[in-house]
Design a protein around this ligand. Structure first.
Ligand code: COA
Length: 214
């Protein structure tokens, strides 16, 4: 079993703990994880209480990682793409490898190429010839269509659909139940609001919402 530390003790971190559990219980899992616990530099009292209900402890701030051997893997359970990128930078000096977690009920095409730190929740579907950057989060029941390219730190929230031949640049967040139509580009750091339907390219850093998204 490989050792894993979950970075982020919020709701997403606790959900990720559930993914680890599902991965460990799945028949034929190639890799199983022992969760050492959660680290978080700014945990809320409420989250600390909720973590206590799980079978992995709260370990402290990220400085807890000091001196860990490179056999310890990290998973960045930070939902906001910008914060995730910043957290990754904070963690870089520790030199620890990033895990990728794919829920047994996620359906990721075998020809999908993905970077370290992928989190694919149950029901996430990725079809053929898709490229995913580092620390991409594919939440429950989202879909990413054929030939799409997602940059680093992209989040696709629950039930969102990214159509074929799309490009989502680094740090894009696609809100819950939103749709991005085929062959569109969403520029780096842009946010697609929950429920939006994107029908034309979105410039970097923009926030778009509604149907059609503006
Ligand atoms: C679009 C979004 C980024 C806007 O955030 P914001 O700038 O903080 O917006 P506010 O909450 O201040 O709302 C501003 C206005 O936009 C409206 N609005 C907010 N989100 C909207 C959405 N998704 N679609 C349509 N209108 C929306 C608000 O009603 C408000 O309208 P008003 O000015 O007429 O009162 C955000 O609401 C959103 O949808 N984020 C995605 C969240 C998500 O996926 N959550 C799931 C987590 S798993």
């Amino acid at each position: 079993m490989d050792e894993l530390v979950i970075v982020g003790a919020g709701g997403l971190g606790r959900e990720v703990f559930g993914i680890v559990d599902a991965v460990n219980r799945a028949a034929g899992s190639r890799r199983r994880w022992r969760v050492l616990g959660f680290v978080d530099d700014h945990p809320t009292e409420e989250n600390l209480k909720l973590v206590q209900r799980l079978t992995a402890p709260f370990l402290g701030g990220t400085r807890w990682l000091t001196g860990r051997s490179t056999d310890t893997y990290l998973i960045l359970a930070v939902g906001d793409p910008r914060l995730r990128r910043a957290t990754e930078r904070t963690l870089r000096p520790y030199g620890l490898p990033a895990a990728s977690l794919i829920h047994p009920y996620a359906d990721i095409s075998p020809d999908c190429v993905f970077g370290e730190g992928l989190i694919a929740f149950g029901g996430a579907r990725v079809t053929t010839n898709v490229v995913l950057g580092r620390h991409v989060h594919l939440n429950q029941n989202c879909a990413v269509g054929h030939d799409s390219v997602l940059g680093d730190h992209v989040s696709v929230n629950p039930l969102a659909a990214v159509s074929g031949h799309c490009r989502l640049d680094d740090g894009v967040l696609v809100g819950t139940t939103a749709a991005v139509l085929q062959r569109l580009t969403v520029g780096g750091g842009a946010t697609v609001g929950a429920g939006a339907c994107v029908v034309r390219d979105v410039p970097p850093g923009a926030v778009v919402k509604g149907v059609p998204a503006r």
